[in-house]
Design a protein around this ligand. Structure first.
Ligand code: BG6
Length: 491
């Protein structure tokens, strides 16, 4: 196992300190990095929110969050006590004009790296940055971390980026897409560029199409307020799914330097064929879950989950066909789908190779399936290459697909760190490779905007699907019209 290299001592200021993301993801991630010796003794986590809490009360809240979100075996009382000693809280209405910053200012150490993590609504990013600058808290050693989605369309993203850019340089700005911190997503770079066999096959001559599925069983949980103004396109496709597409489709970068990797991803985003209004019906499907059952348990509809009693036009499912207009990917569609309340949580990429041009084998050998590489991002992280093999034994030559299968948990026997653990440490180190650059975010919106606009103008609402199904039947038709099918055994 690679040796853990501690990051320099730092002050991490988390805005939105009492919110779901901080309690469920950021604090547990920091705890693990502290426990494993990467976050040094003396580094501080300073929570900022509007609630009038004392540091003592926030430590108690942190303890409760860790008890809930860290595996019991990993929670060591002595480590927890030392970790909590570095946790502080300052009540500030950070986006308000005239807010008082003295408490935070007095706490921060001028010599340290500062990480300002904005786990708030994107509309607050600009005002918070402006206030940080006005309070004199932005040093050359400061970085700002922005959660996705940055804005809700290209215009609002540009506006946010401009406002943040008035205070922080691009090198100081870390736009997080936590999918990029997942081990298996980083492994895509290793798969493609640390092996020789795949890269030579990575072309339209050999690959028929690519499928990217990110399915979740959860509904909107406690995030209905945010989710209903966002929907699956803004919440998942514009960022996570397009980033996965980029890592599959990009050309080899000239180095692993952050900007060289991001240059290549940007080229892919710019090469996405815009979906014209007249193609929306054929190339996109949006859905919204109704009541149903998952693993035998009844679940309510999206409308009931919202609890407003009002119908909503927000999509909880998207399937679409994307095309990358480059020499390498001509005529290789990328089918993307994501949804809430699907039968199983699974994120996977399927690279489907073309059928062999000619078969030597008689019909009695059985159907010959084209090769397929399935990259499982979660759960059961790993990858499987399906190849045709002869069934063992006498009685004629029969062929079946067999998987060359690696499961990373059994191969490495390790706990898979949460994506936020890696990404938070990268912000302290100042390594932006796994973060989105401004131009990437804007290129992704430029492609997503016409789809969102066409949906908003369409008279018909999202198509209903039963919770616990794989989405509206139209999403099956979307791929079957092309003579292809979604991978039916995801995971
Ligand atoms: C977040 C979305 O970015 O990703 C959520 O806002 C979604 O709606 C989540 O549930 C999925 O992340 P993961 O790591 O659980 O696959």
């Amino acid at each position: 196992m690679a040796k853990i290299i501690p990051v320099p001592v730092f002050d991490g200021v988390v805005f939105g300190a009492t919110g779901d993301l901080t309690l469920r993801k950021l604090l547990p991630a920091l705890y693990y990095r502290f426990r494993d010796g990467q976050m040094p003794e003396g580094a501080r986590v300073i929570g900022v929110a509007r609630s009038a809490l004392s540091s003592e009360a926030y430590r108690e809240k942190t303890r409760q969050a860790l008890e809930q979100h860290v595996a019991p075996d990993d929670l060591d009382e002595a480590v927890l006590t030392r970790f909590l000693a570095g946790v502080h809280y300052v009540p500030i209405d950070a986006a308000a004009t005239g807010a008082t910053w003295d408490g935070l200012s007095a706490l921060l150490d001028p010599a340290r790296i500062r990480v300002f993590y904005l786990a708030t609504a994107p509309a607050l990013y600009g005002p918070i940055c402006r206030n940080l600058a006005a309070a004199g808290l932005v040093t050359p050693q400061s970085r700002v971390v922005l959660e996705k989605p940055i804005g809700r369309d290209l215009a609002s993203a540009r506006d946010i980026n401009d406002r943040v850019g008035e205070v922080f340089t691009e090198a100081q700005t870390f736009r997080i897409d936590h999918f990029l911190g997942k081990e298996t997503v980083q492994n895509l770079l290793a798969l493609r560029f640390a092996n020789t066999i795949f890269e030579r096959l990575w072309t339209s001559d050999v690959i028929d199409h690519v499928q990217i599925t990110v399915a979740e069983t959860v509904g909107v949980e406690g995030r209905a307020g945010y989710y209903d103004t966002s929907g699956a396109m803004r919440d998942m496709v514009q960022n996570h799914l397009l980033q996965l597409l980029c890592l599959i489709a990009m050309e080899p970068p000239v180095s692993l330097n952050a900007d060289r990797v991001r240059d290549e991803k940007l080229k892919v985003l710019r090469a996405l064929r815009p979906i014209a209004p007249h193609q929306i019906a054929a190339m996109t499907v949006r859905g919204q879950y109704g009541a149903g059952a998952i693993s035998g348990q009844p679940v309510e509809s999206y409308a009931a989950d919202l609890g407003t009693g009002e119908p909503s036009g927000t999509e909880t499912f998207v399937a679409l066909k994307a095309e990358v207009r480059t020499w390498r990917w001509a005529n290789v569609p990328f089918y993307l789908r994501t949804g809430k309340r699907m039968p199983r949580k699974v994120s996977e990429i399927v690279v489907q190779f073309r059928p062999q041009p000619f078969s030597l084998f008689p019909a009695t050998a059985g159907q010959q399936h084209p090769n397929r590489l399935v990259i499982r991002l979660q759960p059961e992280e790993g990858m499987r290459l399906d190849i045709m093999t002869k069934d063992p034994g006498p009685g004629g030559l029969r062929l079946s697909p067999t998987g060359l299968d690696i499961r990373f948990d059994t191969a490495f026997g390790l706990r898979f760190p949460d994506a936020y653990e890696r990404l938070l440490m990268d912000t302290v180190r100042g390594d932006a490779t796994l973060f989105m650059r401004r131009d990437e975010v804007e290129a992704a919106w430029a492609w997503a905007d016409p789809i969102l606009e066409a949906w908003a103008a369409a008279p018909e609402p999202p198509r209903p699907y039963a919770a616990g199904s794989w989405g509206p039947t139209a999403s099956i038709a979307l791929i079957e019209r092309d003579g292809r099918t979604w991978n039916e055994d995801p995971g």
